[in-house]
Ligand binder design. Structure first.
Ligand code: CP
Length: 308
């Protein structure tokens, strides 16, 4: 049995296999519609979610399985003081696999230590969001035809944005990927991540202006300033509009630069950008279902029964 806690839990070869499986699912959805008949996915969401929870549920339903779960800590026995360790022991009696989102970094890791079913980290605090990253990788692969040899700009809240941390960790493994990290001083990537990029000799730079680097980018990954992680509301209000991508700013971008965003968006991408052919964030949402279908199959060991 294995879990998915970080994108680095999968080797490059395993990621490639998963993306290939997701692409096969896109092409032949009917082939997969009964593989999980009789299986159950539990969604344990201690924090709000639209995409991740519902795409996990859609993924399991598309595979013929069923879902159960809770969508907030308030509607679970966490409010009565039940620990994550006890909760996962209980859920292991009800389901075959589970996806957990939690505000505390490392909570899915704790769950995995007590679980007898695969645990998927569906976002833990400001730490990691591996299934969003696999969604991002599939989207980039579909749009650019490769995951190497490109310049990736990550813009906005690089401090608290768990999707940013996971995407950097996943993409630094591909050859000749350069990161351009665009944020205010207060929202730069955490020092541990900077230290890793430096010690592993990755190509990256940190800048304060989106305009000055727009023309260099092959991918622009916009992110929301994570209000829920701030201790000080005044600080959030001061920083929340640091970057707003509009058509004027986009005019400096390459014709084949694609814009991704894990969503939800607040106002960091103006709605006028949505109709630009380079806006890929709703395609990204759709890909989230296919990637999660592939991941469920792999973690349940059911991919071995399929040729793809
Ligand atoms: N991208 C993402 O994690 O969205 P949700 O918070 O809606 O799940």
């Amino acid at each position: 049995m294995r879990h998915l806690l970080s994108p680095l839990d999968f080797t490059l070869e395993e990621v490639e296999n998963m993306l290939r499986l997701a692409q096969d699912i896109i092409k032949k959805p009917d082939k997969y519609s009964h593989i999980c008949d009789g299986k159950k996915l539990a969604t344990l969401f201690y924090e709000p979610s639209t995409r991740t929870r519902l795409s996990f549920e859609a993924a399991m339903l598309n595979l013929g399985g069923k879902t159960l779960g809770f969508h907030s800590a308030d509607s679970s026995s966490a409010t009565k003081g039940e620990s994550v360790a006890d909760t996962i022991r209980v859920i292991s009696c009800y389901a075959d696999i589970c996806a957990m989102r939690h505000p505390k970094e490392g909570a899915p890791l704790v769950a995995s230590n007590y679980s007898s079913i695969p645990v998927i980290n569906a976002g833990d605090g400001g730490h990691n969001h591996p299934t969003q990253t696999f969604t991002d990788l599939l989207t980039i692969l579909e749009l650019k035809g490769r995951l190497d040899n490109m310049t990736v700009g990550l813009c906005g809240d690089l401090k608290f944005g768990r999707t940013v941390h996971s995407l950097i960790n996943a993409m630094k493994r591909y050859p000749n990927v350069k990161f351009v990290l665009i944020s205010p001083e207060e929202l730069k990537i955490p020092q541990y991540l900077r230290d890793e990029l430096i010690s592993e000799n990755h190509n990256f730079k940190e800048v304060y202006s989106l305009d000055e680097v727009m023309g260099e980018l092959d991918i622009l990954y916009m992110t929301r300033v994570q209000k829920e992680r701030f201790f000080n509301e005044e600080e959030y209000i001061r920083l929340k509009n640091s970057f707003i991508l509009d058509l004027k700013k986009l005019s400096k971008a390459k014709e084949d630069m694609y814009i991704l965003h894990p969503l939800p968006r607040v106002n960091e991408i103006s709605v006028e950008v949505d109709n630009d052919p380079r806006a890929a964030y709703f395609k990204q949402v759709q890909n989230g279902v296919y990637v999660r279908m592939a991941l469920i199959l792999i973690l349940l060991g059911l991919d071995k029964t399929i040729e793809y």
